[in-house]
Design a protein around this ligand. Structure first.
Ligand code: PHE
Length: 455
């Protein structure tokens, strides 16, 4: 086991994997994807895919990490050489997605920072209630430079944490923030459920209406599974290298998927009761649904400004944690590729590259507002291309690499734990899902979405 891993206790391993999975994807993206796709039926589809395709690929990534202790880029090169096929393209694709997702994720993290500062101002303001009621997304929507500046601050802070090697200290802070976020979540859900909209929300979320699904639903649900479980970019491969040999990776994968799904459903229960109170449901499908709803809930709570501040602080720490995972993977690959440059230099170059890329998502609503395709804004197209198409394709690459790198005996040995109980049967299901079910579903999802685009 590498030296890097020695400081990390078992709890921290989990924290890394769970921390990378739980973030803005669960709390910001999931509610609006559910809103956009009509509620209950889509939620069921999502849960089904998370525990079949998502879980099986997550376990494969963790096992790949444990097998080689290499980055995904290196593994794909190795397999390319062995098989004499250009599999290294999968490695390159994963890096490309990693960079663009980091740029995109930083912009949304910038939105969180904006709300965090607004709540700080709210606390010191004389008329707190009036101030919190007036917090909205307008300033952000109308200013690309504000979005760019906030995203840059976020990215530079992440860069500082990574470059200065203070990740351990950050992890400790983050570990303390998690219970606070959990308690806040529960308080907010209880408060949200005392509003008048509860029965509508329950019907919307838990009474599946399958007529709401369309040709692109499968792709959207699958894309979100990849995004929220941080799959397809080799991040879980890296985390797989940290787990000790006696840790049963399929159980780790199952726990991470379960926690991630619970957090996502909690986010729905928190956001929708407020969203349903609004007379128009235009922002059900709006990426700003979380940010538009929450201040309206905090106004109704005593000391809401403090709760708001704490909530956005914890959410931002979660965003920093997820971004660090992306940044670390990029820097590790960069250093692998160019041996001569120092770690600080590669951090600097990676951050400069991401900063430049960030111009696109940050200015999508202003400078690039004219770039609309398929009835969608620039940002929506970017989100869809990355998450609904490229991530699943990259996941397919991981499956291919996995079957090329490990033979039957190695796969079995890595999957089945020492006691062997239950694992034999699970092993067969897992291989079936990985080899047949997932590739077919990924192919089908991409095809159906494509057809839907031109209908
Ligand atoms: N899984 C994270 C979330 O749900 C997002 C993420 C994706 C983080 C990919 C790292 C890599 O917020």
């Amino acid at each position: 086991m590498s030296k890097k891993a020695s400081w990390v206790s078992r709890f921290s391993f989990y924290l890394l994997a769970v921390g990378s999975a739980c973030g803005l994807g669960n709390i910001w993206r999931f509610p609006y994807v559910i809103g956009e796709n009509g509620g209950g039926a889509f939620l069921l589809l999502y849960i089904f895919l998370a525990f079949t395709v998502g879980l099986s690929i997550l376990v494969a990534e963790l096992i790949l990490g444990r097998s080689g202790e290499f980055s995904l880029l290196k593994i794909t090169k190795l397999v390319s050489l062995q098989a004499k096929k250009p599999f290294y393209w999968f490695g390159r694709l994963s890096i490309l997605i990693n960079v663009v997702i980091l740029a995109y994720y930083s912009v949304i993290s910038g939105w969180v920072l904006h709300y965090l500062t607004q709540f700080i101002v709210g606390i010191v303001n004389e008329n707190r209630i009036a101030y919190i009621s007036s917090i909205n997304m307008e300033a952000l929507k109308n200013s690309g430079s504000l979005q760019f500046s906030l995203a840059s601050v976020h990215l530079l802070i992440c860069g500082f944490v990574v470059a200065k090697g203070v990740i351990e200290r950050f992890e400790k802070i983050f570990a303390q923030a998690l219970p606070i976020l959990a308690v806040l979540f529960i308080v907010l859900i209880i408060r949200s459920f005392s509003l008048d909209s509860t029965s509508d929300v329950m019907r919307f979320l838990f009474y599946p209406d399958f007529s709401k699904l369309n040709l692109s639903s499968l792709g959207r649900a699958l894309g979100h599974v990849f995004f929220t479980l941080s799959l397809g970019m080799g991040i879980m491969v890296t985390y797989g290298t940290y787990f000790k040999n006696d840790e049963h990776l399929p159980s780790v994968g199952f726990r991470v998927t379960t926690i991630d799904t619970i957090v996502s459903i909690m986010a729905l229960l928190m956001v929708f009761p407020i969203a349903f109170l609004s007379d128009s449901n235009h922002y059900f499908t709006d990426p700003g649904i979380l940010f538009e709803s929450l201040p309206r809930l905090f106004v109704k709570i005593q000391y809401g400004e403090f709760f708001g501040f704490l909530f956005f602080l914890c959410l931002w720490l979660a965003a920093v944690n997820a971004s660090i995972g992306l940044l670390e993977t990029l820097i590790a690959n960069f250093s692998d590729k160019f041996h001569k440059i120092s770690r600080n230099q590669s951090t600097f170059m990676t951050i400069t590259g991401v900063l430049l890329l960030m111009i696109f998502p940050a200015f999508s609503g202003t400078l690039f507002s004219k770039f609309k395709w398929f009835n969608q804004s620039f940002m929506e197209n970017l989100d869809s291309l990355l998450i609904n198409y490229l991530l699943p394709i990259s996941g397919l690459g991981i499956i291919v690499i996995f079957f090329h790198l490990l033979n039957e005996t190695e796969r079995k040995e890595k999957f089945i734990d020492a006691t062997g109980k239950n694992s034999q049967a699970m092993y067969r299901h897992w291989i079936w899902i990985l080899k047949w079910f997932s590739p077919v579903l990924i192919g089908l999802a991409i095809l159906l979405q494509f057809i839907n685009l031109f209908r």
